[in-house]
Design a protein around this ligand. Sequence first.
Ligand SMILES: C[S@@+](CC[C@H](N)C(=O)[O-])C[C@H]1O[C@@H](n2cnc3c(N)ncnc32)[C@H](O)[C@@H]1O
Length: 231
Amino acid sequence: MFAPAVLGPTVDVLHELAGEGPALELAIGTGRVALPLAERGVEVHGIDVSEAMVAQLRRKPGGDRLAVTIGDMATTRVGSGYRLAYLVYNTITNLLTQDEQVECFRTVAEQLAPRGCFVVEVFVPQLRRMPPGQTAVPFHVGSRHVGFDTVDVVSQLSVSHHYVREGQQDAQGRELARYAASAHRYVWPSELDLMARIASLTLTHRWADWDRTPFTAESESHVSVWTKGGA
Ligand SMILES: C[S@@+](CC[C@H](N)C(=O)[O-])C[C@H]1O[C@@H](n2cnc3c(N)ncnc32)[C@H](O)[C@@H]1O
């Protein structure tokens, strides 16, 4: 996600939408996107729930100049008049209920300037890969890493499981692997549009990626832009 081929187009789109700014990044993390956007002259504010992530951001060049508030992005209000708010890298799925995701849209909309934009980058749920009765689906199978999701289609909650080979053996000669898991609430594009509508935002763009490739039935991810006050 730090590769210039990924980050360059991301920052290009956000820079264009931010105009004169200011911009608000929900779940700013370690500043992967906020720092290069700020380098282009956009005033960027951030919210993140993790003090540890923000501490890493502060250690990076320019990281001490961004205004960051520690809080939950579903409910934390930090200002008003933002030209752009953005929530990328699938992080809306870290809000684990529909109510929290709706609240996030409302909270963002209140802080946007008229004609301001909210941008979300998130995967399209891959339920077409799962035949009826199956509850797990792999998303990466490699020689070092195996990842799969277990899915509850009623709550729309999924857990991403990762097994990573450590390249080391224990005293009995067994190969060691590290396990990590994260919970997500997957959300459909049309469901996001309804959340936006509840918050008085209107869909103005939906691309398959940051290069603005058209979104189609085969797209596995999308970058969506909703505007306050319509197109
Ligand atoms: C995958 S990282 C993305 C960071 C950054 N946006 C990027 O694109 O590199 C997810 C971030 O979301 C933050 N996060 C998760 N749930 C959150 C919440 N409810 N409110 C605010 N931040 C949250 C985590 O602390 C973490 O920094």
